[in-house]
Design a protein around this ligand. Structure first.
Ligand code: NIG
Ligand code: FE
Length: 403
């Protein structure tokens, strides 16, 4: 039995308002001068350090790792619910052109498709492993990975299979764009996606996603594709409202999708539909940063009662950051979210977007996925942007190498 006893925590964010010692009604369930005990990968006790003594006597037997946080903050590990990390090649030239005034368009995806198809399994595997370490070193303990740079049966299958080696949260995104060989017959491509491609990918994936946007897939196509995935037991998610308003949000809510992602352009009806639904709205402000696009209106969404997640969207085209602290800083500076709202969205919000209740919070029974910050509070993630504040990281109670 392995036990972790983390004490001397200046501020412990649990995301559980019922935590002993938390301020009444605080969604972060934050406790000052706190301690935490995890056993065999799960949280077994959290609360004020002053109350820890009986728990320590009861729970701390056998092999115990004792860590003194020295008054620093401890937060749940980040849950990055939207990435496209299974790819080869880079598109730095497009970034340079955008910074000089070019607009982002979906077409660039095909350059990555070509590089990815030409990469070996070994190259893709080592890229995914490098990203796994890169994310961990920035405090991300759970991340989703999408396919979508293969766009034929064999390549989509291998992206799903290789992604599955680094995460349980793999999404089939055969409907990213229509590949060149189907440019004159997009219906045949949709047939392929809902038929042989879905057949090949389903066993490796938990989710199905569609890029529902001008230049990618229409809402009717998205409906057919998502329904095919749902019929195979996958959960639905959607890219919608990235470049303009559309019917993607309405469709997502109708299908009880776990998440609508991007949501930069939303109508009042979209916001009302999201507010009355189980569908999380995942904002990806790194994309607006990297495309010089207008940022979404997080405040309007929060005021309406929509559940928000923040994610990186790390991909070689529209946004090549894997840093959740950077995303939080953008959310506070550019989306008008408070540091508390941004932290919640990057942890509990991401967990909700993946329909998980075992991560994104530090209450008894949850996975011991946590980050020790070299800072007195999570506010520093936005207050000290760009500074490496992630000191130590544990996933399921096991410390990850982050430096
Ligand atoms: O989420 N929007 C669609 N897919 C990615 C971009 C992929 C790319 O440009 O390579 C996104 O932004
Ligand atoms: Fe994306």
């Amino acid at each position: 039995m392995s036990t972790l006893f983390l004490h001397g925590i200046g501020l412990l964010v649990t995301n559980d308002p019922a935590t002993r010692g938390a301020r009444e009604g605080d969604p972060l369930g934050a406790v000052r001068d706190a301690a935490l005990i995890a056993r065999d990968g799960e949280i077994v006790w959290v609360g004020p350090q002053a109350d820890a003594a009986p728990q320590v006597a009861r729970l701390l037997q056998g092999d115990v790792e004792r860590v003194d946080a020295g008054g620093r903050a401890v937060i749940p590990g980040f849950v990055d619910s939207h990435t496209h990390l299974a790819f080869a090649g880079d598109r730095a030239d497009e970034f340079v052109a955008r910074m000089a005034g070019d607009r982002y368009a979906a077409g660039g995806i095909l350059r990555t498709v070509e590089a990815t198809r030409n990469a070996s399994d070994e190259q893709l595997r080592s890229t995914l492993q490098r990203f796994e370490r890169e994310l961990a070193s920035q405090g991300t303990t759970t991340f989703e990975v999408k396919t979508g740079y293969g766009l034929d049966v064999e390549d989509e299958e291998r992206l799903a299979r290789l992604a599955r080696e680094v995460t349980d949260e793999v999404t089939f995104l055969g409907a990213h764009v229509v590949p060149p060989e189907y440019a004159d017959d997009r219906n045949a491509y949709v047939d392929l996606v809902v038929g042989p491609m879905l057949d090949a990918c389903a066993e490796h994936t938990r989710w199905i996603d569609v890029f529902c946007e001008e230049g990618a897939f229409t809402v009717d196509e998205a409906e057919r594709i998502l329904k095919a995935g749902l019929a195979r037991g996958l959960g639905a998610r959607i890219h919608a409202g990235q470049l303009g308003e559309g019917d993607g949000v309405r469709l997502a809510v109708e299908l009880d999708a776990a998440s609508v992602d991007h949501a930069t352009y939303l109508s009042g009806d979209d916001i009302a539909a999201l507010a009355g639904s189980n569908t999380v709205c995942t904002l990806l402000p790194g994309v607006e940063f990297s495309t010089r696009h207008t940022y979404p209106d997080a405040r309007a969404l929060l005021t309406a009662g929509v559940t928000l997640a923040l994610a990186s969207d790390c991909n070689p085209g529209s946004c090549f950051t894997s840093s959740m602290p950077f995303v939080i800083a953008l959310a506070v500076r550019e989306l008008g979210m408070t540091p508390d709202e941004a932290l919640w969205a990057a942890t509990a919000g991401g967990a909700a977007a993946l329909r998980r209740d075992d991560i994104g919070c530090l209450s008894p029974g949850a996975s011991a996925d946590l980050v020790l910050l070299d800072a007195p509070s999570h506010v520093y993630l936005a207050y000290r942007p760009g500074v490496p504040l992630v000191l130590r990281v544990w996933k399921h109670g096991v410390e990850l190498r982050v430096h």
